[in-house]
Design a protein around this ligand. Sequence first.
Ligand code: SAM
Ligand code: SF4
Length: 342
Amino acid sequence: MSKENRLVDTFGRKHQYLRISVTDRCNLRCTYCMPHDGIVWKKKNELLTFEEIIQLAEIFVDMGVDKIRLTGGEPMLRQNLIELVKRLAAIDGLNTLAMTTNATLLADNAQALHDAGLTALNISLDSFQKDKFNAITRRNDFDNVIAGLNAALALDFRALKLNVVVMAGTNDDEILDFADFAFNQRINVRFIEYMPFKDNQWDAKTVVTYQQMKELIEQKYQLTALSNEPSAVAKDFGLSRLDWASGEHLIRQSAGSVSFISSMSDSFCSSCNRLRLTSDGSIKSCLFYPAELSLRDAMRASSSRQEIEELIGRALYLKPEAHPPAEAIMVSDNRTMIEIGG
Ligand code: SAM
Ligand code: SF4
């Protein structure tokens, strides 16, 4: 019998998905994520310990979470991450343990992560062109990322996805290259609309909408909608195209698929099922709202299990019905993306 979900907010939304940031540090400096002047890094003692992460993850799973994603900063910079993955994977009731990574350190660790119980992996890559990739990330790691991507493709993760933040005038000329990649490889390419955060160079003109991306891809491929879970943030499609082979037209189906994350043009707040835990232990019920409550401080003040659950309930109570408009997000005192983890 499935357990009752106790993570329900004032608008009736059930929360099954927890994103845990395990560090605010990163070895890349993506223009759309990391403010130009950097951020003030958290001190080691401000971060949740592994014990605290496990304890909170167990509480969340008991309350209804069945999917956890590790993120950052760059999660693979956290020491002994594979140990944490093993311990999280052993939590009874957790169905999906995922991670989002920039893949700079993945090539040598993909197998160990897979064997430790990671079931799903998202790799972020915004350009197949080395110079452009290095300009976007303000570092020089293109070859390492491609090696990481290839290592992941060689394994059988239950889900393997490629995250592409599409920015007008920067990488929108590569949309079809990414669609070709999804056509040829067993991977889900996720085109993400560029979202505003404090100091991240966002401007309405840099957003390429879901509709624009879809129309462009349809010039080459036929897109067929794949069934979505009601709370899915992505609109998912298979690709097919007519090919001429040995004098005959053949319909070829894609090995992978494409998705669009339309946070700006068609937000999915009404079915949002996500909660976030920052690396310093604050619970955020909305990506774009500054409201946070510190579960870390409560744990370090020896709060009881019931008191922690009440704090989580309070965060749910504070969850807004929908996120504010982009202009308000840009000037709010919300954390930067790198400090939240996406
Ligand atoms: N460092 C890891 C990585 O890059 O995959 C994990 C953390 S990163 C903050 C998580 C995801 O957020 C990445 O896929 C990144 O592309 C996405 N992201 C960051 N800033 C964004 C923005 N302004 N708009 C849309 N997506 C963004
Ligand atoms: Fe680092 Fe990921 Fe942000 Fe890029 S998107 S700066 S890799 S945290």
